[in-house]
Design a protein around this ligand. Structure first.
Ligand SMILES: [Ca+2]
Length: 76
């Protein structure tokens, strides 16, 4: 199922780690907001909630690297 190359995975991991500030291998709400704020996109709090909820596929309140990778694939 995974069609990402090793290189792409390394790249995604790099981005993921950058925003996983407390290094617990998940992106929580606070870290997610920081990530969004650093992009050149204007998202309302409501939009952020929707995006976060979409990325957090199992609704654990945190985005795992796996969930992050899945979203990355959908982006392209
Ligand atoms: Ca984290």
């Amino acid at each position: 199922m995974s069609d990402l190359t090793e290189e792409q995975l390394v790249e995604i991991k790099k981005i993921f780690s950058k925003y996983d500030v407390d290094d617990n291998d998940t992106i929580d709400w606070g870290e997610f907001c920081k990530m969004v704020d650093e992009q050149d996109v204007e998202l309302s709090l409501k939009d952020k909630t929707v995006v976060f909820d979409k990325m957090d596929a199992n609704h654990s309140g945190m985005i795992s690297f796996e969930e992050f990778t899945v979203c990355w694939k959908k982006r392209d």
